[in-house]
Design a protein around this ligand. Structure first.
Ligand code: FRU
Length: 474
């Protein structure tokens, strides 16, 4: 039904039917990127969690597969990760393929949260739970979940990051089955407005060849623009302990709708990218968004890079190059007058790249709008960027959905602004992704016009507009 599907993303992953939250178990294996996800197949609101499954060859075109993991007597299947166990350390191998091993939380309302395993010997198509689950019992902490496991090359063992109330616990294991507590991170550090969830510890190379360890920690509530969001810390990891460079958190994405995101495991060394995806929603209003028959979408797959800015380290992010390779230009490097409307119309979503701001520090307004009176406003000043979706379409389903979202801006020269717009979302990337904001937007008609306003210093800027083809399943 067309009306029901009007908010259905054309090029972001969303489940065919019913409820989805966090991305889980993201692992690459033999030409396929796997995306598992928190899934409730019986309703469009959260319920007993399963792991849904989707596969892509290029991180853009996703094909939904059958459910991978069902709840059982140990509980619901909460968030977690997956690894390719090349050395068969867990002993699950039974055929020619490298076993894929999922490490996830079993959530039980009475017995609490424990960590368990499941494995697949057929490229993720079918999964078997480990007979001796759980592998990590509950030490008496109510919120004890979301294991993210990585192979630590130097230490020659697996390292698990686990959210434990409002800190992170690190564990090590030679075989994914026996886990040893190594250290705790986060006492008195970072944002504490809610429960810590979905950690991710990984090493990342900087543009200058340096390498750093990064710890992502999602938090709900306690994000700067309300509800849930993802903070991160840069620092060092010695195989046992993570030491942050600062006590203060940084935020991965200042928009309201990028949560519980983590990175892909087993990306080939010759590729070397750090690949990320998040849930494009917010626990504040996530179960009220006006979609029908399905609820929840993911961000685009993004490449993360470490950049140095004004003496500090930041994670910058952009959609993966596979996404850009699919774009079809409809307007190329056009010089446009400030304060003049530009027609950008496209039914299936679009990407706008803006540049040539002539030394602006950010003193412009970018407006997307349509004849229906719906508008979405990005307001850039030298110390703040704000996204205003208050008149963008349907906003009344939650009192805070229409609130203006703000992101501090460090007064850099404004080099480029990129907007990725799909049927119910916008992803904003500024200065090659150094600043990012992701937000859901429920406009009833497509935004087909844009205006960049700079009343004080008119002149021209450069705009390119690209069409984005819909995924084959859409
Ligand atoms: C994060 C989260 C996780 C948990 C899962 C349950 O969004 O709350 O901590 O494992 O969702 O669906």
């Amino acid at each position: 039904d067309v009306e029901q599907e009007k908010f259905r993303p054309k090029f972001h992953f969303s489940p065919e039917a019913n409820w989805m939250n966090d991305p889980n178990g993201m692992v690459y294996y033999e030409g396929e990127y796997h995306l598992f996800f928190q899934y409730y197949p019986d309703s469009t609101v959260w319920g007993p969690m399963h792991w849904g499954h989707a596969v892509s060859k290029d991180l853009v075109d996703w094909e939904e597969m059958g459910i991978a993991l069902y709840p059982d007597e140990l509980g619901y299947i909460f968030s977690g990760s997956a690894v390719a166990d090349h050395q068969n350390t867990a002993g699950f191998k039974s055929g020619e393929h490298t076993p894929l091993v999922a490490i996830f939380t079993h959530h039980h309302d009475e017995n609490g949260e424990v960590q368990s395993l499941a494995f697949s010997n057929d490229r993720g198509r079918t999964w078997e739970k480990y007979e001796n689950n759980p592998v990590l019992p509950n030490p008496g902490i109510q919120d004890f979940r979301d294991p993210k496991v990585m192979w630590h090359e130097e230490g020659g063992q697996w390292i698990m990051s686990l959210a434990a109330k409002d800190v992170i616990h690190f564990y090590s294991s030679p075989n994914l089955k026996d886990w040893t507590f190594e250290s705790e991170f986060g006492k008195g550090i970072g944002a504490k407005g809610g429960v810590w969830e979905c950690p991710d510890l990984f090493e990342i190379k900087g543009e200058d060849g340096r390498s750093k360890w990064v710890l992502f920690v999602s938090i709900n509530p306690g994000a700067p623009n309300g509800g849930s969001g993802t903070q991160y810390f840069t620092g060092e990891f010695d195989g046992k302990t993570f030491a942050a460079d600062h006590q203060d958190e940084k935020w991965l994405d200042w928009g309201t709708d990028n949560y519980a995101g983590v990175t892909w495991a087993n990306v080939p060394k010759e590729d070397g990218r750090t690949l990320f995806m998040g849930w494009m929603n917010n626990w504040l209003y996530g179960d009220r968004t006006p979609t029908e028959g399905w609820r929840g979408a993911m961000t685009l797959a993004r490449e993360l890079v470490l950049v140095r800015d004004q003496g500090d380290d930041y994670i910058a992010q952009k959609p993966v190059r596979e996404f850009y390779q699919k774009l079809k230009p409809s307007i190329e490097s056009k010089q446009v007058n400030f304060n003049e409307a530009l027609a950008i119309g496209s039914e299936s979503g679009f990407v706008v790249k803006l540049s040539g701001f002539q030394e602006s520090k950010g003193d412009i307004k970018i407006k997307l709008f349509n004849e229906n009176g719906e508008e979405l406003l990005l307001n850039l000043t030298a110390d703040k960027i704000s996204l205003d979706r208050s008149s963008s379409g349907e906003t009344g389903f939650h009192p805070e959905f229409g609130k203006i979202q703000e992101m501090p801006y460090r007064g850099n020269n404004l080099v480029d602004v990129e907007l990725v717009v799909d049927a119910s979302s916008i992803e904003v990337f500024i200065n090659d992704g150094l600043y990012a904001m992701t937000a859901q937007v429920f406009n009833k008609c497509p935004f087909d016009k844009m205006m960049v306003e700079r009343p004080d210093a008119p002149g021209k800027y450069s705009a390119s507009v690209y069409e984005v083809p819909a995924m084959s399943s859409r």
